[in-house]
Design a protein around this ligand. Sequence first.
Ligand code: NOJ
Length: 729
Amino acid sequence: MEHNIGTYNDLDPDTEARVESLLAQMTLPEKIGQLVQIGPFAPFDFEDYQAKNMDELIRSGRVSSFLNITIPHLINHCQRIAVEESRLGIPIIVGSDVIHGYRTIFPIPLAEACTWNPALLERASRVAAEEASAVGVDWIFAPMVDVARDPRWGRIAEGAGEDPFLGMAMARARVRGFQAADLSSGRRIVACPKHYVGYGAAEGGRDYNTTDFSERTLRDVYLPPFKAAFDAGAGTVMSAFNEISGVPATANPLILTTILRDEWDWPGVVLSDYESVRHLIPHGMAANLKEAARLSILAGLDMEMVSSAYPDHLAELVAAGDVPLAAVDEATRRVLRLKFRLGLFENPYTDESLADALILRPDFRALALEVAQESMVLLKNEGNILPLSPQTRLAVIGPLADNRLDMFGCWSLQTHPEDVETVLEGLAAYLPADAWTHVPGCPIRDTAPTDIAAAVAAAEEADVVLLVVGESADMSGEAHSRTHLGLPGRQQELADALAATGKPIVCVIMSGRPLVIPRLAGQAQALLAAWHAGIRAGRAVADILFGAANPSGKLTASWPRAEGQIPVYYAHKNTGQPAADADMKAFAAVFKSVYLDEPNSPLFPFGFGLSYTQFDYADLRIAQPTLKLGDTLVVSATVTNSGDRAGAEIVQLYVRDRVGSVTRPVKELKGFQKIHLQPGEQRIVRFEVRVADLGFTGRDMRYTVEPGDFHVWVGPDSTRGLAGAFSVS
Ligand code: NOJ
């Protein structure tokens, strides 16, 4: 039978009957066993597995799931014991972190979001699912849908950036891709949006730190991408490490029960994050592991990842009447339902020969290149120095020009250096080997002696300096937050020395986050944000530098001018004393919400990115300037490619609700379209926005759309565009 995971939220009576009949046969320890996820096994092999006596645990029904095992024969081994040797034959489910690809590594998710191309990301996610399912993974711990407005936070790399609306679009696309119902393996994958919820609000951008935001911000900013993921059919969710209003997410009844179950009626599985049940002790919420188990199950947490509060204590808690059996039953029911819906009872084993045919297929590598090209954002191109002519003599400088491992970004389990194309290898597709010299100049982040002098000498001999700098992959991601967001190590010193030569600098900047680089941005004639772009990084960079690909990416998180501005994001509030304009600073204006020493505006705003061609906007039309609640706002503008190359433009629609019963952001993204135009081609881009989607969480904590006046903009980024107005009556 086909299990369409895409309809996860509709319970089907057959499955429910199977769940109930199985549940009725289970002992309490077997039920608790279904709530246990174990792993990973260092070094992911049989020896560690055997040392932990896993066979016996599986046989006795004490394990439901494994984390990050990706060896097909080990997975099949576990499955065989579960299915053939345990009393009830309940299959195990294998979960894994497949964040931006399994073996075909795509750009980091923050970069992928800069494509503004959900259909493309759906295909990329599907590739990840194809490969992961080929090795026996059933459950992908992605998409990471945390809205992140603080680039100090290393995990900004893993999500779609600062905006909930864009985050919703990306969440839907990824869930659809992961949960595609017709994977080549004939198996199913279930997605796990994470980290539920508000993890991106870590104070000071320090990972795992406390968060504190209003319930309105929770509902309007942090929850929407999760809701979108569930509406797209996501069958599980991972609870976050952080607290929400003083209550850690893993034991938080408001988010796990009131919102998830009562308001949204969502029947999926809630998995904790890694030991986040045990973390209730250092959080200061539980005195011991037993208390942690009780608080978590009562709050609505179904499965525990890695720590052992549930297996060690749930049985005694039920026996003592401190946890109702019904709570354990309900959690077990959800896990069983998932396993039935995945088809694991019918199809528990992995075909161990699949991986060879499915991993790193040429079409997967081709897609990785496409995504990498579309994810790169051209931030500056003074005097149209780019694209380069193949006759240019280049000095290729910088520690990331000949680098493989950092292209994998912060979250790749499979890092095979031979999969990667470096920038140097990419250049070789366009230039003869004697047309350029290469000098690293300095390491990425340590301050060891450098060969800056050699880099300068090479620059003197060249027409153009191609400077490839940035962060190493391990400078972003989990537990890798930074306070200084400039170029690490001695790279700025290198840039300074190169700038002093007077040679034009084309800078490719690779990073896991928005960086703070005003000095470098001033020194370079061209600046391309290439991120950590995966296995095709080098080729994608070269394609863009030589114009074979026209850059089309746009930022999904603002690049600050200074760390002191953080958080800096476009959808901020106006305040009672707003700056006259985004470039204002004091002392020019007293009693304004500004800084003395920097404007409020970021260096590069949300939505911003250049192309090798030029797009002009004209003729904003609002079909109906006065609308009612059930209506749809229809706005259009004419976009013309007035340059001399074909290119793609990401046309963005923003609104502002001018007066509300609670204050509203100065702009909110409500639509975007990526269009491709030939030189001279013109298109009327038409947006439809339901008035019902123009609301927010009102004073009573309910979603509301209030009558009143709105501004609307259609433009190329969050700071520019044609402006109009409409009202809702
Ligand atoms: C902790 C991370 O927060 C989460 O994103 C990941 O899925 C788990 N570890 C499992 O590796």
